[in-house]
Design a protein around this ligand. Structure first.
Ligand SMILES: [Zn+2]
Length: 479
């Protein structure tokens, strides 16, 4: 219904026909249209996305610069197809399409407010976020307690975990689930807080290491997996969590026991906890962290893009303080990264890091270093590419999904806009800390983009778990 209103408006305002097709992936909505639901029952303020759409268009340097200068939100780049996905008001679409002659552009999300509305659980309706989050964690705890009364410890955890992955979860429930795992597997799993964020949330690490007389800690190879660097990429958080459980659930599996004994895992499910909570409480599409970036207390803009804040080829961003890619005024200005870097400097783990995998969304890509420039080849490019294709195959054999392998500089458009590639986690970890490093952009390829429905949590968890197992085997075999 709304779509036809927009179509009419567009035609009325611009006098032209919309020059793109409207085949979209977001047609499987199950809730009533948000505009028909009392605003008091909306989980967050949905009017902030009203009449916004997401377009996919052929990428040109002019379009890219325009989108950045005008502060339009860029959702994704597709380097292979040479397209760009970006968010804009429906009413601005015809102007942009005509100005840049984007005759083959198409709408990939036609009703952003509704797509956001669909993502939040029914139980959030009519509540403040704090209330919903506490209630949701409590009901998960009650359910788990019932399971523990009737089942063995490991069966109870398995059943509770099955329930856990049916929805995306806010930090209260995530922390409760992690505590439950740590209590169930105390000999293997250790939870550690390495400091407090700007908004005073703990930055939590999950260590998993199977004790073995043959492989004491200092002989093990460490694999670091991070998620939630960008707040709105919820699937990256759930996928790190899924992989934590996979490792715990299979450590006694005879096929894996020797490999797991040789490894030490360090998982950070949410490297940006403040941003993640903000996507639950206020703005589903927030990307940066939430720290104050201006001396002026009244300054409306907050946050640093964590993936531009690492101290490797860091440069000042051409984006404004309010922009989505704002890199801060110096490297490691982001609170989370200072904590993470201090932690690496003072622990022995630092000397044993073999692999780093940073999960993001969306686009289904396996990106290898470097991000900052395509002129600089990584020290062992052939091996990195070989391993990337191995991960690609492991994913494909699990779910049939295809993840494109490419250097991160192409995905970042570092050739067009050099500062877009600066200060990334991938480059810093690869150059200073780890032998192997990748950034994986998870599902999908644009039908839902950042708003991937929760019914895909398990499937994405499984395919990435297959990829991670392949990654571990490869780095153990490779001297
Ligand atoms: Zn990201």
């Amino acid at each position: 219904m709304l779509l036809s209103i927009w179509t009419t408006l567009l035609v009325a305002v611009s006098g032209i026909q919309i020059p793109f097709t409207l085949d979209t992936g977001d047609t499987d909505y199950v809730k009533p249209h948000y505009s028909l639901v009392d605003e008091a029952l909306h989980p967050i303020d949905l009017s902030q996305y009203a009449d916004e759409i997401v377009l996919r268009a052929r990428k040109t340097p002019e379009l890219l610069r325009f989108l950045r200068n005008e502060n339009f939100t860029i959702w994704a780049n597709n380097a292979v197809e040479s397209t760009i996905d970006f968010q804009l008001p429906a009413l601005a679409a015809s102007h942009v399409l005509l100005r840049f002659a984007l005759s083959d552009a198409r709408v990939i999300i036609k009703d952003l407010a509704q797509a956001v509305f669909e993502l939040y659980p029914e139980e959030y309706s009519g509540k403040q976020f704090g209330e919903y989050s506490a209630e949701s964690a409590q009901s998960f705890e009650d359910y788990a307690a019932l399971l523990f009364e009737t089942l063995s410890k490991k069966e109870a955890v398995a059943a509770a975990t099955d329930m856990f992955f049916k929805l995306y979860r806010s930090l209260d429930t995530i922390n409760m689930w992690l505590d439950m795992l740590a209590q169930t597997y105390p000999e293997i799993m250790l939870l550690e807080n390495i400091g407090q964020t700007f908004e005073d949330r703990p930055l939590r690490l999950v260590h998993i290491s199977v004790p073995s007389p043959d492989y004491p800690e200092e002989k093990k190879r460490t694999v670091v997996v991070t998620g939630g660097v960008h707040a709105r990429e919820w699937i990256s958080v759930s996928t790190v969590l899924y992989n934590i459980y996979e490792m715990l659930n299979h450590y006694e599996n005879p096929d894996l026991v020797d490999e797991l004994a040789r490894l030490n895992f360090l998982f950070i499910p949410t490297l940006n906890p403040d941003g993640y909570e903000y996507t639950w409480s206020t703005d589903r599409l927030w990307r940066k962290n939430r720290q104050q970036v201006s001396e002026d207390e009244q300054h409306p803009c907050k946050g640093i893009d964590i993936d531009h804040s690492f101290d490797f080829h860091w440069t000042e961003s051409s984006d404004s303080i309010c922009g989505e890619d704002y890199a801060g005024s110096k490297p490691f200005e982001a609170y989370e990264l200072r904590m993470w870097n201090d932690y690496l400097n003072k622990t022995n783990i630092n000397h044993t890091i073999w692999g780093y995998v940073d999960l993001h969304s969306y686009s289904q890509e396996i990106l290898y270093p470097y991000a900052y420039s395509c002129d600089q080849s990584p020290r062992d490019e052939e091996n990195l590419i070989e391993l990337a294709y191995g991960i690609n195959k492991a994913i494909r054999l699990t779910s049939g999904k295809f993840y494109t392998v490419l250097p991160a500089c192409i995905d970042r458009d570092s050739d067009l806009l050099p500062d877009m590639g600066s200060g990334s986690a991938l480059d810093y970890m690869y150059h200073h800390r780890s032998y192997w490093a990748y950034q994986l952009k998870l599902r999908d390829t644009g039908a839902h983009g950042f708003l991937l429905p929760d019914k895909y949590i398990q499937a994405v968890g499984e395919e990435i778990s297959a990829g991670l197992k392949y990654f571990c085997r490869f780095i153990l075999d490779n001297e």
